[in-house]
Design a protein around this ligand. Sequence first.
Ligand code: PLP
Length: 429
Amino acid sequence: MNELPTRDRAVIWHPFTQMQTAPLPIPIVRGEGAVLYAADDREYVDMISSWWVNLHGHAHPHIARRVSEQLHTLEHVIFAGFTHQPAVELAERLLSVLPSNQAKIFYSDNGSTAVEVALKMAFQYWHNLGQPRRRVIALEDAYHGDTFGAMAVSGRSAFTAPFAPFLFDVEYLPTPVPGREEDVLKQAEALFNNDVAAFIAEPLVQGAGGMLMYEPDVLDKLIGIARRHNALIIADEVMTGFGRTGQLFASNYLQEKPDLMCLSKGLTGGTMALGVTACTQAIYNAFLSDDKFRTLFHGHSFTANPLACTAALASLDLTLADETPANWQRIAHQHAAFSERLRQYSNVENIRQRGTLLAFDLKSDGQTSYFNNIRDVAYNFLLERGILMRPLGNVLYLMPPYCTTNEQLQYTYEQVEELLNQLTGLLVY
Ligand SMILES: *Cc1c(COP(=O)(O)O)cnc(C)c1O
């Protein structure tokens, strides 16, 4: 087992990784609950839910059993001209828990493709109506994925810089974080007009952009402005969906409901790759025609894969069981108490929380970027203590699986405090 990292290095190119300087990867052999077990018997509490996908813990027996049964029945079938029980049942169950204006489910493979599909639906909606609209409005610091359309509507940054000439034009509003609301609303009044095809946002929490949080009230007002110009509203709930924010969907905090919703990550409880784009009946209807050119020409080989749909159904069983919302509250409670402790640290600022998500900034003498040394120091410090966290630059955040115990949370909080106590001494400039 010990040679696995070097075999990996010989043949594999990892995501978001500078391969020249990255340390060898850690081989994980097993997962259970919130814990990952490494080949050298070390244990890691997975405080980022393995890149925000895991909800109910690793290798959950209910999900494993359902997927295994499905694997012996039907592993995959083409989804054009054919259908199957898991896809239909999942669509029915998702529509029963999504905002009531959502009427149809389109399947794809991941969060980025869920966003691509939402954008294509929005552009073609206007095209099919014979009233083409070109403009898209998004939020600065947004992250909507790594494919080209998803990158185009994401905030422009070092991550998108090499591709900037190939990304379609998007106009941005600043993220309406507390204190900035009035200014953003004023800018929105000036920006929206009847040429805007769509307004896209991560409701209430911008994940990869640095766990920036804003209030439902200002998003309702932004959506209200967009609606006055009939722009379609796309809610990217790829990260916020399935309870992260303390409600089943972040959109549940809103009065105004989105026209299109993107789901992935927690959709299968973190078991398999699956994406969903949900839309209203009005959007769906704009594609109905005797004219074949009004068809949504989009699909993936593994659209609605039965194993992935079954994993999503099994995860939904667990999400809708009473103990899961109770766990959202329990974790939110623990986080809130820890926030009070964090307030005593002079090197901590902008403590923010929404449901099971807690984030704060480390003050870092002006060096505040993703590429900051502070990030590596914090990452390694916590990893050595058996905690998997991946700071976004100087932003530390906790996004635990819902089964994480209070003991695991307390252990993590204590180690984070230890980090804060030692931080100044650990930094090398
Ligand atoms: C992760 C993420 C995506 C992209 O999902 P992938 O499955 O990684 O392609 C899109 N939107 C948001 C809000 C995300 O957090």
